[in-house]
Write a protein that binds this ligand. Sequence first.
Ligand SMILES: C[S@@+](CC[C@H](N)C(=O)[O-])C[C@H]1O[C@@H](n2cnc3c(N)ncnc32)[C@H](O)[C@@H]1O
Length: 204
Amino acid sequence: MDQKKIILTYDSIANEYDKLYAKPSCHIKELLNYISKDSVVLDLGCGAGNNATYLSKMGYNVTGMDLSDNMITIAKNKKSDAKFIKGDVRKLNFKNDSCDSIISSYIFCHLSKTDVEKCLARFHDILRPGGMLFIESFTGNLGEITIPEPMNNALTIDFNIMAQNDIELLLAANNFKIIKFWIHDDTEFGLTGIQDTCIIAKKI
Ligand SMILES: C[S@@+](CC[C@H](N)C(=O)[O-])C[C@H]1O[C@@H](n2cnc3c(N)ncnc32)[C@H](O)[C@@H]1O
């Protein structure tokens, strides 16, 4: 997975991405059933900040983090109370037991399996007891692939399309219990064998 190239691609499509994905994630409201209003929420790989802005406007104490400068600039311009910082999800330096919920929306599909595993271990450390994890990712059996970027065919982008079962096993191995999940067969790729998966899991 060429992380440098992935970030360069997101830097160059940030405006189009923001327009196309202007709405918060379709299942994010479900997460609100599991976290109280004063919750501290981290949105890691927050992109243009649509989920973070939505949660901030709902009254949550939100910090969004992304490695793309252009995504962070767009997110900050939304002028919510959410804080946005530049950072790498593979090198998190938040304090242990410091947040109630972590959002990981379409970021695992850009990380190697080893990095996903390391992230889950850090997420577990950073979450308070009983903390909630919200994951969205593309799943399937394709593994690591490089495809033309759907928003700019002159560019390519790397994905790691992990099996749903592999994500479930990594969650269990890192002491997360799945509370709810959704699998949708339709994705933006038009490639067969890719699903859109959303999981709400609890730190145990
Ligand atoms: C598909 S977008 C998802 C954005 C947002 N979470 C959403 O759901 O709209 C993937 C995002 O992950 C960011 N990203 C990729 N690798 C990253 C890393 N190692 N650390 C932080 N952000 C990363 C990209 O810059 C991009 O904004």
